[in-house]
Write a protein that binds this ligand. Structure first.
Ligand SMILES: Nc1nc2c(ncn2[C@@H]2O[C@H](COP(=O)(O)OP(=O)(O)OP(=O)(O)O)[C@@H](O)[C@H]2O)c(=O)[nH]1
Ligand SMILES: [Mg+2]
Length: 325
């Protein structure tokens, strides 16, 4: 079973840690989680990401970190695999966070908006730098949460209003969480919810995961020389794939119910009618078997991914929920 490729948009101001996060996520997902791994579709891209990661972990000093992105949007294409089988591909973009401050006339800002409205999942990044203490009015300006909210608004106006039946997955990634680990996690989460209130209103249909990540505890005090040991970096991608499987599962179940109903109706016909629709019945029966098998695979994969998601905070509108199958 291979699903259609999905697009993931990542929003976050300059210095939020988008590029560093991408490198850490890719490195962590290459060794994999629960048998799930990630591979760049293009071998050159794989080498480039790996080299940049090597530089980050083995160099000391300011040069270890990626340089801030310039005005060109970089596209990365990945395969998300289970064992040696690809479950789905996804596309990711890396760009200068300054685009969030710029006018919509700039080319990369337009490209970003276009990409966003065709995405199946959005990651919002906020740096832990700004969550070290309770949020204050200037936090909105520092993390550009107002701009991110506007982008989401744009998504709704161009696409559809998400509902509980057809939710839209969003991950709020708190990067550099090492900087706010002195705070109670619940407190930080409440602060994050204040910055994105629209996502947590009742029946809003946003399926939101709040996920703290860090490239290493020691970075809190020494960003240039601290040891790099990534924490939680795999979870946002695991969630994106989980959410996509969930949507696909719902689609398959609707098809299954339709086929079951058809077959039931054929079963109620008289002998002659049944004889006439014999081949139809056979086709639908084998289609049903196939769909049942696909549902089973989707549910198995969701089950494995859900295990990883037990530790994170997940919300559907205003309700806290758990990842289930
Ligand atoms: N403490 C800490 N600092 C980090 C971590 N990850 C990144 N940083 C710091 O954050 C800086 C900015 O990270 P980038 O990944 O370049 O940020 P970006 O969002 O890609 O920025 P633009 O390309 O300008 O949009 C890095 O140079 C590091 O100094 C982390 O996990 N912990
Ligand atoms: Mg960058």
């Amino acid at each position: 079973m291979k699903l259609n490729d999905i697009k993931i948009s990542i929003l976050g101001t300059t210095g939020a840690g988008k590029t560093s996060y991408l490198l850490g996520m890719y490195a962590a997902m290459q060794s994999g989680i629960q048998g799930f791994t990630l591979a760049a579709k293009n071998i050159d891209q794989d080498l480039e990401l790996t080299e940049r990661w090597e530089q980050l972990i083995s160099t000391q000093g300011a040069d270890r970190w990626p340089t801030p992105n310039a005005g060109v949007i970089e596209h990365c294409h990945f395969d998300f695999n289970y064992g040696f089988r690809t479950i789905m591909g996804f596309e990711w973009i890396d760009y200068r966070g300054l685009a969030l401050n710029d006018r919509s006339g700039e080319q990369d800002v337009q490209e970003l908006s276009q990409y966003l409205i065709s995405s199946e999942c959005v990651f919002l990044t906020i740096s832990g730098e700004y969550l070290q203490y309770s949020v204050v009015p200037t936090t909105v300006r520092d993390v550009k949460s107002d701009r991110m909210n506007q982008f989401l608004q744009q998504y709704i106006s161009k696409n559809y209003q998400p509902t509980s039946e057809k939710p839209f997955p969003v991950v709020i990634i708190i990067t550099k969480y090492d900087l706010c680990k002195h705070r109670e996690k619940e407190e930080v989460i409440e602060d994050v919810k204040k910055l994105f209130q629209a996502l947590f209103t009742p029946d809003s249909g946003w399926l939101v995961m709040i996920c703290p990540v860090s490239l290493g505890k020691e970075l809190e005090t020494d960003v240039e020389n601290g040891v790099i040991v990534p924490v939680n970096v795999h979870l946002p991608v695991v969630f994106a794939v989980y959410a996509q499987l969930r949507t696909h599962g719902i689609f398959l179940k609707t098809q299954r119910d339709r086929l079951k109903k058809n077959l039931q109706q054929i079963g109620q016909q008289n002998k002659l009618q049944q004889w006439l629709s014999k081949s139809d019945q056979e086709n639908q029966t084998s289609e049903l078997e196939l769909i049942n098998h696909q549902i089973e695979t989707v549910e198995n994969n969701m089950g494995l991914l859900a295990q990883e998601l037990q530790q994170v905070s997940l919300f559907l509108g205003s309700n806290e929920v758990t990842a289930d199958v």
